[in-house]
Design a binder for this molecule. Structure first.
Ligand SMILES: [Zn+2]
Length: 65
């Protein structure tokens, strides 16, 4: 059974808008992360569980070796 991966909405940590988009993505190393994007203030951030990922960490994980 495959998981459904429809975008859901979350609250933006920057401007407080409640309609920021959250998309779940599995990286090549099988880490599940969420990409979050607010269209009001254009804040974008990545999370792995409760942990906020910085872009450097994310790119490390996404790089195929
Ligand atoms: Zn925002």
């Amino acid at each position: 059974m495959s998981r459904r991966r429809e975008p859901s909405t979350i609250k933006c940590s920057e401007c407080g808008a409640s309609d920021a988009i959250q998309i779940e993505i599995t990286l090549p190393d099988q880490t599940d992360v969420t990409f979050n994007s607010c269209h009001r203030c254009e804040h974008r951030w990545w999370k792995s569980g409760a942990e906020v990922l910085d872009l450097t960490t994310l790119l490390e994980k996404a790089r195929r070796r």
